[in-house]
Design a protein around this ligand. Structure first.
Ligand code: ADP
Ligand code: MG
Length: 753
């Protein structure tokens, strides 16, 4: 057993219990040592009690003369008044909520106290000073000598005070001895990093500021390095598996398809297509992430890859995050392929193939037939949702899996599907939202990456306006007329609301849940489009209108627009996740056919929905949505040649953070930039997925948005170590660190589900 796994109770005895470390979830030596201080304070110069400058920060060394506590009248708890002396003069210290302190600040006890001097009833006092009490073994002289030392302050932890933590850590460090270092010495020297033992000492017991800085630098690198090594091993393991090469053929289905495409591929689409074709022709499975700006045309890229595989005699599956999207993909692919999708049928082109849709809501017989066609290989292309992951689905020769708008497909689920081929199929993952490079490197670090930034030609940029409904009621009223004009011009419009508004919701539920999942306003069967990479929008407090007014819902808004004179005669439908699947499908079909002119919806349409004729997106209570989510929503319009318009309706006051977020969305069409804005505002855990936010994250010092250079260096070093020693035989400490990172409790992290 490594020193790090040793229970604290064994090292600290009863001190561990007394210090309440268990309450912080600190059970082992490793837990305690990896519980780093949040910041460091300084005592500063000592001030004599005789010369206390009012209103200024001071540090004094003094002894308790007397202490008394009494209940407070206005507030809960006890007020503790302490008189201290430096031998000549005296000073009052005041503590609210005295608690344990009154048993500690006993007459005779000495310590350092620091705070800001104020006058109370004509006498100077320190209210709530920070303090360091001297024990018996610590002399006043040594305390004074220590004044220059940075004082570690640990993350706020209720009943456990920093001083108790410092003492416990001290005992552990004193008995620690040699510790195995997951960063190999040559990497350390190349990167100029101190060893693990010295880093732990420096972070918890620094003598100088430089100590904790170099310690943090090293520990931060370690976090990035271990994570990247884990990802590099995953890449390596996958890359050494055999796969059936699927080589492009000339004059095949892909060529026929390209000849019929009603538009020219963008340069990006062509280049990424070539890259993918190379991967597919290799004898190791492709593992590629395709990132793309919203509307950049990822679907075509995926479909062309799928056709390449069919040309080579295999099958390809496309997984969508929602049924709505799967149905749409199925329809689009059929439309694009035309008679090429009807091989073997009357009037079909026999150089073609067949496309099957497999979703949870197929009738039993339709499902049986579809599964049969998949199993015998008659269907070269299969589109589906999670239902495709079920065990009963057998493929004849699955050569490629495409995961569209990745949010919910974790590594394990991808593996489950890939396990369905004779060999491991090739894998193409497409993200729903542009994500900053370092996040991609961290969260999808086991995949190679391609990026599509260019939009197809002929698109006019989407204009976005914030509509402050309360400040400008006339602007708000104008919306309905604007919709009317657009519809009269032959276009279609969306109106998105943060909630459904049936009685099955919690009142006031907003666009986001705190746990980083999407509004459960949507489908019951887990068929929810995940919002942008796990939102966790904190409902912005401080907006008075919010509590006074209910958040706009689909059902209320539906009533409003159906009764609004400006919209008389318009084909209006609703779409949300709690509608029966067949109703949803009918509405989507009506939308695609143009019969539905105005769609009032929840974020079911957030991701992927592609109706080129749609031109206006109105988002109600837009401040309830995340930045990337709004960018996604906006991406639903302006997909054809007509210009798109996006209106963000809000009642958030003009100087609020919520409004600034909306202004940011209105201010740029660059999804990568917005992704950074979005992530800036989240806790680190949200960036990496819900699994990281609770409990003890493995990333304590590393911030994926801010430590790009660290992540890149760590990725480079880790890649080299793993390439040379894939089993990490010569790097046992690194192996252990990876195993800890991936232990069952934390495995969820890599699933990013
Ligand atoms: P996303 O990358 O957001 O998934 P889609 O793949 O849905 O985007 O493509 C958006 C729209 O652009 C679709 O209607 C698609 O047919 C169209 N499209 C794709 N590529 C091109 C192109 N090269 N030229 C014109 N339109 C294109
Ligand atoms: Mg898409």
């Amino acid at each position: 057993m490594s020193r790090f796994e040793e229970p604290l109770a064994r090292v600290l005895g009863t001190r561990s219990k007394r210090a309440g470390l268990g309450k912080l979830g600190l059970e082992t030596v490793g837990d305690l040592l990896r519980h780093y201080p949040r910041r460091y304070e300084r005592w500063g110069e000592l001030t004599p009690l005789a010369h206390l400058p009012q209103g200024e920060a001071v540090t004094i060394l003094a002894q308790v003369v007397s202490a008394s506590s009494r209940r407070m009248r206005q507030r809960r708890g006890e007020l503790l008044s302490v008189v201290v002396t430096d031998g000549t003069d005296t000073l009052d210290l005041t503590f609210f909520n005295a608690g344990r302190l009154k048993h500690v600040l006993l007459p005779g006890r000495s310590g350092l106290f620091s705070g800001t001097v104020d006058l109370y009833r004509g006498r100077p006092q320190l209210a709530h000073p920070k303090m360091h009490l001297l024990g018996g073994e610590e002399s006043q002289d040594s305390a004074v000598a220590d004044l220059d030392r940075p004082i570690p302050v640990y993350p706020a932890s209720g009943s456990v005070d920093s001083q108790a933590l410092r003492r416990s850590v001290g005992v552990v460090l004193d008995t620690l001895g040699e510790v195995p270092d997951p960063i190999p010495p040559e990497v350390r020297s190349r990167q100029g990093l101190v060893g693990l033992g010295r880093a732990l000492e420096g972070v918890h017991r620094p003598v100088t500021e430089e100590d904790w800085k170099e310690a943090q630098r090293r520990l931060r690198f370690e976090e990035a390095f271990v994570l990247q090594a884990a990802l590099a091993r995953r890449r390596h393991a996958a890359g050494s598996q055999p796969a059936t090469p699927r080589r492009a053929v000339t004059g095949g289905l892909l060529d026929l398809f390209d000849d019929r495409l009603p538009f020219r591929l963008t340069d990006g689409q062509r280049e990424v297509g070539e890259r993918i074709a190379e991967d597919l022709a290799g004898d190791h499975p492709m593992h590629r992430l395709l990132q793309g700006e919203v509307g950049s045309g990822k679907t075509i890229v995926a479909l062309r890859a799928m056709l390449t595989v069919v040309d080579a005699g295999g099958q390809a599956a496309l997984l969508a995050p929602t049924e709505v999207l799967a149905v749409q993909h199925h329809r689009t692919i059929n439309a694009l392929l035309g008679d090429l999708a009807e091989a073997g049928c009357l009037g079909g082109d026999d150089r073609g193939t067949q496309v099957r849709l497999v979703t949870g809501s197929l009738s039993a017989s339709a499902r049986r037939q579809a599964l049969l066609d998949v199993a015998c290989g008659r269907a070269g292309l299969v589109v589906g949702t999670h239902a495709l992951l079920q065990d009963r689905v057998e493929f004849c020769d699955l050569g490629l899996v495409v995961v569209d708008e990745q949010h919910r497909f974790g590594v394990e689920q991808r593996d489950a599907l890939r396990g369905k081929g004779r060999d491991v199929p090739h894998l193409l993952v497409m993200t729903a939202t542009p994500i900053p490079r370092t996040v991609a490197m961290t969260v999808f670090g086991d995949l190679e990456t391609s990026v599509l930034t260019q939009l197809p030609e002929g698109r006019s940029p989407i204009r976005t306006h914030v509509v402050p409904a309360a400040e400008k009621p006339s602007w708000y009223e104008r919306i309905w007329h604007r919709l009317r004009e657009e519809i009269d011009a032959g276009h279609q419009c969306y109106l998105v609301c943060p909630r459904i508004g049936d009685d099955r919701e919690d009142p006031g539920e907003g666009g986001h849940r705190e746990d980083g999942d999407t509004p459960d306003a949507d489908t019951p069967d887990g068929d929810i489009p995940d919002a942008d990479a796990g939102p966790a929008e904190r409902p912005s407090a401080g907006s008075p209108s919010r509590s006074a007014r209910a958040i706009r819902s689909v059902l209320d808004t539906l009533r409003l627009v159906r009764e609004h004179p400006a919209l008389a005669g318009v084909g209006i439908e609703a779409l949300h996740g709690r509608m029966p699947a067949e109703d949803r499908e009918r509405t989507m079909r009506g939308l695609a056919a143009g019969d539905v002119q105005l769609l009032v919806a929840t974020t079911v349409i957030e991701v992927g929905v592609d109706v080129p004729n749609a031109t206006v997106m109105v988002v109600m209570d837009a401040d309830r949505f995340g930045v990337s989510q709004l960018h996604q929503l906006r991406g639903r319009v302006g997909r054809g040649s007509a210009p798109g318009l996006c209106l963000l309706v809000t009642e958030a006051p003009s100087d609020s953070p919520a409004r600034r977020r909306l202004d940011a969305v209105a201010g740029t069409l660059d999804g990568f930039a917005l992704a950074e804005v979005d992530l800036e505002q989240r806790r680190e855990g949200d960036v990496l997925g819900a699994a990281q936010s609770g409990g003890r994250s493995s990333l304590r010092l590393l911030r994926v948005l801010h430590h790009r250079a660290v992540i890149e260096a760590a990725r480079h070093e880790a890649g080299a170590v793993v390439a040379e020693d894939p089993e990490l035989i010569g790097h046992p400490a690194l192996g252990t660190a990876i195993a800890e990172l991936l232990d069952p409790e934390r495995e969820a992290y890599l699933e990013r589900g």
